[in-house]
Ligand binder design. Sequence first.
Ligand code: PMP
Length: 283
Amino acid sequence: RTVYVNGDYLPEEDAKISVFDRGFLFADGVYEVTSVLGGKLIDFEGHAVRLERSLAELDMGMPMTRDALLEIHRRLVAENRIEDGMVYLQVTRGAADRDFAYPPEGTAQTVVLFTQSKPGLADSPAARTGIRVATVPDLRWDRRDIKTVQLLYPSMGKMAAKAKGCDDAWMVEDGAITEGTSNNAYIVKDGVIVTRQLGPEILHGITRAAVLRFAREAQMKVEERAFTIEEAQAADEAFVTSATTFVTPVVEIDGVAVGKGAPGPVAQRLREIYLEESRKAGI
Ligand code: PMP
């Protein structure tokens, strides 16, 4: 597999990052994951815009133009023959002597991209059966809108959920669901789609934005507000969205079946619309 590191396209075994990289020492970096369907990048523009915002929030600039980033994405997809899968992009503040203070202006950022092939990505078993989630307290920092590589807590949450026989965790703060470990969370009650409003408490999902747009275009009702575990357990449906899972039904929350305990019609319809429209708009 070919990977991209700081200007070079290399076989993955030849790629090197400094042990002093601030991404490694301080989780001082941000990332994006763009899915690939039929060899096309899904919502590249949205991911590029969010990357720029995440970097700016951490006083970093874009390492190169959007077009240059797109070019790297495309070359890796082509060279690695990715039909369905994803492109991972990470930008860190670069390598410098270990110091909590940021390194001097002009320190080169580290830019890494790689691909992962996932044949049949759009036809996962989870989409057909739905997933089961367990709730955990949301102990992350207060700037979850910045897509940093500090992913230890969500990783622990996922492990805690798996230890309970579930597929993923939903995180809870002040009695309300914030989001999943790596996805945005939704419920459907009496035909109304409810998902938490944007703010620093959640990542502003690119898939979320697209799905809400498609839902409104299809005349479905959407409410952007916080909801509780109890409300979610009493909902007709629940689902999650992310770049690599699209729209995936949630059929159980903390051992309580949601609705009929099977993927619901709203989630299924949104998944179909999302996949169809995304494939059409892919570049
Ligand atoms: N929330 C969190 C915490 C995430 O990690 C992700 C995926 N990276 C999402 C939501 C979904 O975002 P997107 O739709 O842009 O993949």
